[in-house]
Ligand binder design. Structure first.
Ligand SMILES: Nc1ncnc2c1ncn2[C@@H]1O[C@H](COP(=O)(O)OP(=O)(O)OP(=O)(O)O)[C@@H](O)[C@H]1O
Ligand SMILES: [Mg+2]
Length: 249
């Protein structure tokens, strides 16, 4: 395929300092994968497999040991960052703020060059995530599902070409998951590329065309979801089989 990947990760390695008596612990081992444009790619792996560490290293929130990362064929820069929206695993939400204030903070922090349009855009996004009626309440009064949606609103505020979401559906009830999935579907329709992590494989089946599967810091699979499932009746089973194959290698 001769399309420039939206994200290309080559041989990413990351280790963390151990405590006084422990040696350095490597958690990512030559992680390589590609995310292609205008589709959702799922990043699947068990708890502790290295999804969050990969995303933080890729976005340079933490320093990687080695590896090359390209966004839209280029190194990460202010220009490429302005095309990315990110939802962290544990977003820090100032609970004394209202959604409008919180979005305004992000608008001014992340989009210093964009003027004027804020109120119109914020209202549009709040409607999209179904929080418009709560726009003047304090975040401390919000439920977990509402907080997850305001985090998502922050990530899509600048109409990013590429959305990177760390567990956007985690801890949500079925209604909350459906709501988040609908938002992601809207974003795909708009032409955005989405890369999101989850350990819930059902979330992937509905939304994703491609998959990146990670286990114990090593990539087990990167390619079309259908191909991954070809030999198994469900994504769960395919994941189990890939894990067994991975340990046999
Ligand atoms: N700051 C840190 N210092 C030391 N070890 C860390 C640090 N952050 C993560 N780790 C370790 O790295 C490994 C991968 O963790 P990571 O959070 O990336 O997993 P994950 O796939 O995101 O898991 P989850 O599904 O639970 O979110 C784990 O063993 C974790 O303990
Ligand atoms: Mg994580």
């Amino acid at each position: 395929m001769d399309v420039t990947p939206v994200l290309q990760v080559e041989k990413l390695c990351k280790s963390f300092e151990g405590s006084f008596w422990e040696k350095r612990k490597q958690v990512l081992f030559d992680v390589s994968f590609k995310v292609f444009p205008a589709r959702a790619t799922g990043f699947v792996g068990n708890n502790g497999s290295g999804k969050t560490t990969s995303l933080k290293s890729i976005l340079e929130f933490i320093r990687r040991d080695s590896g090359e990362i390209k966004f839209f064929g280029e190194a990460l820069s202010l220009k490429t960052k302005s095309r990315i929206g990110y939802l962290p695993e544990r977003p820090y939400l100032y609970e004394f703020m209202t959604p409008m204030e919180f979005l305004n903070l992000h608008w001014r922090l992340c989009l210093p060059d964009v003027h004027g349009e804020f109120v119109v855009r914020a209202q549009e996004v709040l409607k999209q995530v179904n929080l418009f009626d709560s726009r003047n309440r304090r975040l401390r009064q919000f439920s977990k599902g509402m907080l997850q949606r305001i985090g998502l609103a922050q990530a899509i505020l600048n109409r990013p070409d590429f959305l990177i979401l760390d567990e956007p559906m985690s801890g949500l009830d079925p209604d909350g998951r459906i709501m988040v999935k609908d938002i992601l579907k809207d974003e795909l329709e708009r032409g955005a590329t989405i890369f999101f992590s989850s350990h819930l494989l059902q979330d992937m089946e509905e939304l994703c065309r491609d998959l990146v599967v990670i286990n114990d810091g090593k990539i087990l699979y990167n390619g079309p979801l259908t191909q991954f499932m070809q030999s198994a009746s469900s994504l769960e089973l395919a994941f189990k089989q890939a894990k067994i194959k991975g340990t046999e290698r």
